[in-house]
Design a protein. Structure first.
Length: 134
């Protein structure tokens, strides 16, 4: 059984078979969630793709990093702090997040690059995800 709850995907796998789900934002076809990192990356994708008040039952879930494009006082550090705050609302499953934010000058509008590194200190592994906000 697969359900979305605030903080990420919760699944109960009674058959020990991979959980299959459709995610048009990540891949074409089926995405198979079989590990904690897959689950966490999916939860982060959903967090970044959801606007505030879009999730029924939890009107505070979601992000709006596009607002920083119009804030003349915004800097990379303030965006990084907000991203970390948002990430810690999820079940990080033992991973430690590191975030770097870059504000690039665009031709018509600035562009924000958010790089998220998820570090598993037990296995000495690092997973990186980059988001572009235009």
């Amino acid at each position: 059984k697969l359900s979305f709850v605030p903080g990420g995907w919760k699944y109960e796998n009674r058959t020990n078979l991979p959980i299959k789900m459709q995610d048009f934002n990540v891949t074409e076809g089926e995405a198979i969630i079989t590990s904690d990192i897959d689950n966490l990356l999916q939860s982060i994708n959903i967090l970044f793709e959801t606007s505030y008040d879009e999730l029924v039952g939890n009107l505070t879930f979601g992000t709006d990093y596009g607002q920083y494009l119009y804030d003349l006082r915004a800097d990379g550090d303030s965006i990084t702090q907000q991203v970390l705050k948002d990430l810690y609302t999820l079940d990080l499953k033992g991973f430690t997040p590191e975030v770097q934010t870059y504000i690039l000058q665009g031709t018509e509008q600035d562009i924000i690059l958010i790089e998220i590194n998820l570090i598993d200190t037990n296995k000495q592994e690092k997973y990186t995800k980059v988001y572009t906000i235009k």
